[in-house]
Design a protein around this ligand. Structure first.
Ligand code: ADP
Ligand code: ZN
Length: 612
C-alpha cells in the first residue's frame, strides 16, 4: 500500500469521510514525501485533517503548536472520540498532570501532542522533544507569528529556535486562514520553512450573501434583520461584553430565544450558553469574538455583526462561521461611523501593557490602523463586497460583480431616472404645488378617483405620464427628489409637494439623476440557487439529536464531538441497519461505529417500527 493509499484508508476508517476536500490531498501528499508546507485555507476548509492524517501515517510523534486552550481541548477530545491517542500540554494542567502527560509522551502513548508555544523552550519539554522521534511540527494559526497579522503572539517566535534545537529537523507545516502577502512571507521567513509546498485554496464562499447596513439606529436595524431571518439559527457578534448583555436582553424582550456569551461570564454559564446554541436549544447566540473558535456547528444560517470589527481578517473569520454546511447563509454588518472611532481608540491603547519595545509597538499599531482603514472601506464601499474581500486576501475575483452581495444588488437596482425626474417636476408645476404626495403619485400613474375628477386633474397633460412605473418606485423617486432639493415638502399636517431650488435643473435634464431602489425590492432579485438535497425526516433527525445530546452528557463533551449535524443528517437519510451501512455514513469511522453505532441504529429501528 502506498502512503497515499494509507492516508485515504485513514480518512475513511478513522474519520469516516469518503473524499478529501479541495487542498487536503495535496497537503497530505507533500507532507508524506517529507516536505514543509505553507497552507492558506479559509475557516471550515478542513485544515486539521491535513496534518492529523499524516500524523497517523508517519512514524513518530506530531507536535501541534496552537494558540488557544479551548481549541486544543476540542481538538484533542475530537481525536480521542475517533480513537486517536492525543494529548495537550498547556497551562490548564497542574504540574503533576503535566509531568504525567510528559511521562506518557516519553513512553510513546500519544501520536499527536498539542502544545502552547510558550512551553516549547522550557526545560522538561525540550528535554523530552530532543529525545523523542518528532516526525512533524505543525504550526496552527500560523499568522500569530507575524506582526502583520491580527493576532500577533510573541510566544510564536520561539517555534523556530525550538525546531533548531531538535537533533533531527522534522517536516514543518504552517496553517492559517490569513492570506495577505505580508503575513505569508513573514510566516515562511520567521519559521524558516524550507522550500515549502505552498497551497492556497480559494477564499470565496459562494453560498454566503454579504451585506452592509448603514443605519443610525442599530437596535432597530438588528431587529429588522432578525425578523427577516425568522426561525433560523445564527450568531450576533458584539464589540463589548456590555453590548452582549444589552443585546441579549433586547432580543429576549422581543421574543427571540437568544443566549449571551462572553469571556467575563462564569465558566459554567458560558459552557451552558454554548451548549444551548450548539444543540439548537437557543437559535441565536449573542457573543463577543471570544466565541466561535473551534465551534463546529454547521447549520449557522446567519452571522450579524452589531459593530464593525477591527479588520477584515477578523470579520471574514467570524462571518465565515455561517453556512459551513453549504446552505445559503447571510453575513450582515451593521455599520456606523462611530465604529471607526472606537476601534481607533482600542488600537491606540492596545499596546499599553505590551512587552514589546517601543519601536515594535509603533509598527504593530500602524499596521493595525491600516487594517482598520481597509475594514472601513469594506463597510462604506458602494461596489461588490465579495470582490473587496477576495482582493484583500490577494485573490483576483472571478467577476467584478458577484450578484450575491448588497453592493451588487444596489448597483443592479440603481437606475438612470433623469427623464422621469423631469416629468415629475413638470407634473408638480402643472398641479400648482397644491397637492400632497399621494395625489401627485396618483396623477403620475393615471389613477382616477373622486378627488381627481372633482379637481379636473385627469385633464392635465401629465396625467398618467408614468403609468408604466410601479407605485413603489415612484414613491422612492419622489422621496429622493425631495432629498436632493429638486422638490420641496411643506411643513404641517398635510404636507404639499412644491418645486424646490433645483427644480429647473431637473426639468432641463442637464445633470443625470440616478437612484438606488431600496431593499424590499432587492430581496426579490437576490440570486437564488436551488440545490437538490435529499429530504430529511425531521422527526427522526430530532431523535438522533436527542440521543447525541444524551451521549454527550454521559461523556462530558460537546455534542458536535460525538457526531456533527452533517453526520446526523446523513444518518437520517441513509438509515443504516448494519455495521457496514453505518460505516457508509459521512463522519462515522470505525472507532465511533464501535462506540455509538449500535445505539444510533437501535434508535432508527425503533423509530421505523413505531411508524409502521
Ligand atoms: P478549519 O480548521 O479549516 O476551520 P476544520 O478542520 O475544523 O476546519 O474542519 C471543519 C469541518 O469539516 C469539521 O467538521 C471536519 O470534520 C469537516 N471535514 C474536514 N475534512 C472533511 C472531509 N474530507 N469530508 C467531510 N468533512 C470534512
Ligand atoms: Zn457582489
Amino acid at each position: 500500500m502506498t502512503p497515499m493509499d494509507k492516508a485515504k484508508k485513514t480518512l475513511k476508517d478513522v474519520f469516516g469521510y469518503d473524499r478529501f476536500r479541495p487542498g487536503q490531498e495535496r497537503v497530505i501528499a507533500a507532507t508524506l514525501t517529507g516536505r514543509d508546507v505553507m497552507a492558506v485555507m479559509p475557516t471550515g476548509a478542513g485544515k486539521s485533517l491535513c496534518y492529523q492524517i499524516p500524523a497517523l501515517t508517519l512514524e513518530g510523534i506530531t507536535l501541534v503548536v496552537s494558540p488557544l486552550i479551548s481549541l486544543m481541548h476540542d481538538q484533542v477530545h475530537a481525536l480521542l472520540q475517533n480513537g486517536v491517542r492525543a494529548a495537550y500540554l498547556n497551562s490548564t494542567l497542574t504540574p503533576r498532570q503535566f509531568t504525567l502527560a510528559l511521562d506518557n509522551a516519553r513512553r510513546g502513548v500519544y501520536k499527536i501532542i498539542y502544545v502552547a508555544p510558550e512551553r516549547l523552550l522550557t526545560g522538561a519539554f525540550l528535554e523530552f522533544a530532543c529525545n523523542a522521534q518528532i516526525a512533524q511540527v505543525v504550526v496552527d494559526e500560523a499568522h500569530c507569528v507575524s506582526q502583520w497579522g491580527q493576532d500577533f503572539r510573541p510566544g510564536y517566535l520561539s517555534i523556530e529556535p525550538f525546531i533548531r534545537r531538535l537533533p533531527v529537523r522534522p517536516r514543518v507545516s504552517a496553517f492559517t486562514a490569513t492570506a495577505t502577502k505580508n503575513v505569508k512571507e513573514d510566516i515562511m521567513r520567521l519559521l524558516q520553512l524550507q522550500n515549502p509546498y505552498e497551497v492556497t485554496t480559494g477564499f470565496d464562499r459562494p453560498n454566503l450573501y454579504f451585506e452592509v447596513r448603514r443605519e443610525k439606529n442599530r437596535d432597530q436595524a438588528l431587529m429588522a434583520f432578525l425578523r427577516e431571518q425568522k426561525d433560523k439559527s445564527g450568531i450576533v457578534y458584539c464589540g463589548t461584553r456590555k453590548a452582549v448583555e444589552e443585546i441579549t436582553r433586547l432580543l429576549n424582550e422581543n421574543g427571540i430565544d437568544a443566549v449571551g456569551y462572553h469571556a467575563g461570564m462564569p465558566d459554567e454559564q458560558r459552557r451552558q450558553a454554548q451548549e444551548d446554541f450548539v444543540s439548537d436549544n437557543a437559535p441565536v447566540i449573542v457573543a463577543t469574538n471570544a466565541f466561535g473558535m473551534g465551534i463546529d456547528k454547521s447549520n449557522v444560517s446567519f452571522v450579524c455583526h452589531y459593530q464593525m470589527p477591527k479588520d477584515l481578517e477578523s470579520y471574514y473569520q467570524e462571518a465565515g462561521r455561517a453556512g459551513r454546511d453549504g446552505e445559503d447563509a447571510v453575513c450582515c454588518l451593521l455599520y456606523h461611523p462611530q465604529d471607526v472611532r472606537l476601534n481607533t481608540f482600542l488600537i491606540e491603547h492596545s499596546q499599553e501593557e505590551s512587552e514589546l519595545d517601543e519601536q515594535t509597538q509603533q509598527i504593530v499599531m500602524e499596521r493595525a490602523k491600516e487594517r482598520l482603514k481597509q475594514m472601513t472601506f469594506y463597510a462604506t464601499t458602494t461596489g461588490c463586497l465579495r470582490a473587496k474581500i477576495l482582493s484583500y486576501f490577494g485573490e483576483a475575483p472571478k467577476e467584478p460583480h458577484c450578484s450575491n452581495c448588497s453592493g451588487c444588488l444596489a448597483a443592479a437596482a440603481e437606475r438612470d431616472v433623469t427623464r422621469e425626474a423631469g416629468m415629475i417636476v413638470a407634473c408638480v408645476l402643472a398641479m400648482g404645488g397644491r397637492y400632497g404626495k399621494g395625489t401627485l403619485i396618483k396623477v403620475l400613474l393615471g389613477e382616477k378617483d373622486e378627488k381627481i375628477r372633482e379637481r379636473q386633474l385627469h385633464k392635465l397633460s401629465s396625467f398618467g405620464c408614468l403609468k408604466n412605473e410601479r407605485e413603489f418606485h415612484l414613491r422612492t423617486l419622489v422621496d429622493e427628489l425631495i432629498m436632493d432639493e429638486v422638490l420641496e415638502l411643506t411643513d404641517g399636517q398635510y404636507p404639499l409637494v412644491k418645486p424646490g431650488p433645483r427644480a429647473r435643473e431637473a426639468l432641463l435634464g442637464d445633470e443625470p439623476v440616478r437612484v438606488s431602489f431600496p431593499k424590499e425590492e432587492q430581496q426579490k432579485t437576490r440570486r437564488s440557487r436551488v440545490r437538490m438535497k435529499p429530504a430529511v425526516d425531521k422527526k427522526l433527525l430530532a431523535r438522533l439529536i436527542e440521543l447525541r445530546r444524551r451521549i454527550a452528557e454521559e461523556q462530558h463533551v460537546p455534542p458536535f464531538i460525538i457526531f456533527t449535524n452533517a453526520t446526523l443528517r446523513d444518518m437520517a437519510i441513509k438509515r443504516p441497519k448494519t455495521r457496514s451501512e453505518m460505516l457508509c455514513v459521512d463522519g462515522v469511522g470505525e472507532n465511533k461505529m464501535e462506540r455509538y453505532g449500535l445505539r444510533f441504529m437501535l434508535t432508527i429501528q425503533k423509530y421505523e417500527v413505531e411508524r409502521m
